[in-house]
Write a protein that binds this ligand. Sequence first.
Ligand SMILES: [Zn+2]
Length: 431
Amino acid sequence: MKFVFLKYFFFIIFYNTIKSSPIQPETETTEYLHWDLNANDFFFKSKKSYSENSWNNDFIKSDFKMISSFEDKFLVDKEVVNNGSAFIVEFYCHSSVEDNSKCLKAQKGFLSATERISSLIVINTPIVVQATFLSYCDVKSDCSSKILGQAAPSSYFGAKFINQEQISSIPQALMKQLPKNNIPNYLQFDIAAQFNADADFWFKGDPPIKTSQIDFEYCITHELIHGLGFDTHWTQFSSSYPQTTFKEEYLAPDVLVGIDENQNDRVLNFLPLTIFDKFGYDSLTSISLLDYANSILNFDIPVNLTLKKFLESFENSKEPFMQSVYVYQIVTSGERAVTFKNPHNDMYNLKLYTEKNYQKRSSLAHLDYDLYFQTPEFLMIPSVESFKGMTLDQIIDQNTKNGANGPHNVLGPLTIELMHALGTATKKDFK
Ligand SMILES: [Zn+2]
């Protein structure tokens, strides 16, 4: 089967350690959040000071124009914020998209996609999305790209529950839903997203969808859910850092890299695994992948090493490195090798997408294809192959004959519960 992957992308992340300070809860906050992610239970460990990658560099070029900010349409009066859309989308259409009407149709897709999402989750502080639409062929010289879109949280914050050791990376979009006191500086955008204008997209209002076409709105909703935290920091170092030497394939938490005064990269630490990663278990043994992560994090971080030297040192560590090789073996043992479990619901398990060949940016950060592509949980599978020639509404209708999602609901009940576990307040309560 030919897959068209919906890939997502990480920024290179730089953290500045800041003094830990407890959040003082505000009186109205308890209703924001859900079971164990109570605002009282957080403290900030570190923050990302800035991000930098080729996407942002793209914006320096003058040929990007922001065709509009959706702010007027999206900012809903505070009184009714929970009933309306709560996204602010700054939409940039690149000059490589010659057909201006296509820009406008793409722009409209965001309006509809974000309304779908905000009908299911509670957003108190508007989520700011930077979205760009560009020709990958013209701009990136990638003319045979199968990538439809990419998105990621623009920033993460380290936080932990008060009674737990483990610090997780919380995406900025979720962090902003917490009470306002002691909030570190946020980046301007919560989610960065990019879409390939060369893809054969169908837009709402077009003539009937062709068998080759993919509904643009499907891609937007999928990518925005990544941006809301459906995301992993487990990293295959051989593909993410190909300039480094390695002995064996391994998966370890991504690294925090800083730049010293001489512009040399310096590894500061491992990046905390994401809140999403917190729920990943070896399907065979039911051992939490966090247990392996803890062994990896026992690695005594050498001070002031370049990335290359750091990795050499890590790969020569005995136990930590062995554990990271072992995680790779688990994750590449075949399909459905990792299960997303909800510790508050014994009956709950979702199989994450894994296969024998590790798929950079895709393994672990999607749901299993075969199990879910015909179910209400279809949105976060790694490929749109089955949905060519179908509009998003048709996909929903086909996959939710029992009405599990309710009308036009793009997230299935299990995916909503997953988002809830990550810390997203949802319009349905879970115990
Ligand atoms: Zn994806």
